[in-house]
Structures are given as structure tokens and as C-alpha cells.
Design a protein around this ligand. Structure first.
Ligand SMILES: [Mn+2]
Length: 190
């Protein structure tokens, strides 16, 4: 079954075109205009096993906030469409992902009830990164609402903000991809 979707969305700030295939082959082309977000979004898609092409035209660049939030909305819409009736998927998955000093847990249930629980330890700092914890939280919240699912994120430990944010996106992607895997995939012949 084809599980791909294309979505185009224009707002006052951005004009975004997204193409996604949930059963990907490492075809990832990301250009959001925010280099660090390109970097962690690439990790998210790769861990999920998605093919993802996203091109963002900034019509009125205010700050990375609009770009990241709008990307979450449109990628969430595309995933929702690509999932079709979502009956034959595993639905639940948990991922623990280390990135050097950082360790992140992500738990996903595709249950038709949007909820994001996003917990990073108090005092976690974003350093000088253009995209911090608040924006990654906004991105994942948009995914939970548009795809209608439940994600819990725990930053178990980690000091380097780049590693922590990368770990969050990798863990979220890995758990999402596994939860969206078709039930019988890998069981043929057993
Ligand atoms: Mn990195």
C-alpha cells in the first residue's frame, strides 16, 4: 500500500511544500532556511524511516519560531494523510536514544488522542542554538495534534544542548516510525 502524501501550505510568513513517504529509502531533502533545524529534522526523518522532501520559502522572516511551528503543522498533516485509515499499524513504540552525553526516551501511542508530554530537566539551557527546547516542543506538539497521537519525551540526562536536542528528535522519530510500521511487516514466512 502506498503511504505517501504531499501537502502545500501558505501563510503570511511561509510557503511550504512537503512530500513524505512513511516507507522510505533514505531520500531526505530538507531546506527550511534554519540550518540547525534542517540538521535535527533530517535525524528525525532518518530515524523514522521516512522519505521527506520539504522546501520552505520565507515570505516574511520573523524568527525561526514560525518556520519550525509551520513545519510541524504541515509535516503532521502529511503524516496524517499518509497513514490512511491507520488500522494495520503497530500503534505503540518506545525508543531510548543516546547522543554522546545525552540520553532520551520517547514513547508513542497512535491512539486518536493528541497529547504531548515534554519533560526536560529544570535548568536545561539552549546555549546559542537558533532552535531550542521551546521550538522542538512546538514542533512535536504540532505533530501530536495533526496526527492525533500521544508522545512522551523524557530527557533522562545530558549537558550539551546540541546533543540533547538531536537526541530528542532522533528518539521521537524512531518511536514514531516504529509505531507506524505495518503490523505484519517483518513477519512474512513465520
Ligand atoms: Mn549533530
Amino acid at each position: 500500500m502506498d503511504r505517501s502524501a504531499t501537502v502545500v501550505r501558505k501563510s503570511e510568513e511561509t510557503d511550504i511544500a512537503v512530500k513524505i513517504d512513511l516507507d522510505g529509502h533514505d531520500n531526505i531533502h530538507i531546506n527550511t532556511g534554519v540550518p540547525f533545524f534542517d540538521h535535527i529534522l533530517g535525524h528525525f526523518a532518518r530515524r523514522a524511516g521516512f522519505d521527506l522532501t520539504i522546501d520552505v520559502q520565507c515570505l516574511n522572516f520573523v524568527d525561526p519560531h514560525h518556520v519550525v511551528e509551520d513545519c510541524g503543522v504541515i509535516i503532521g498533516q502529511a503524516i496524517g494523510r499518509a497513514l490512511r485509515d491507520r488500522r494495520e499499524i503497530r500503534r505503540n513504540a518506545t525508543a531510548f536514544v543516546p547522543v554522546d552525553d545525552a540520553l532520551v526516551m520517547a514513547v508513542v501511542d497512535i491512539n486518536g488522542r493528541p497529547w504531548l508530554s515534554f519533560d526536560v530537566p529544570p535548568g536545561s539551557s539552549d546555549g546559542q542554538l537558533a532552535v531550542g527546547y521551546d521550538l522542538v516542543e512546538e514542533f512535536l506538539r504540532a505533530i501530536t495534534i495533526r496526527v492525533n497521537l500521544n508522545i512522551h519525551i523524557r530527557l533522562i540526562h545530558g549537558k550539551n544542548p546540541h546533543h540533547c536536542l538531536e537526541g530528542i528528535m532522533k528518539a521521537a522519530g524512531q518511536a514514531l516510525g516504529e509505531a507506524m510500521t505495518e503490523k505484519r511487516q517483518g513477519l512474512v514466512g513465520i
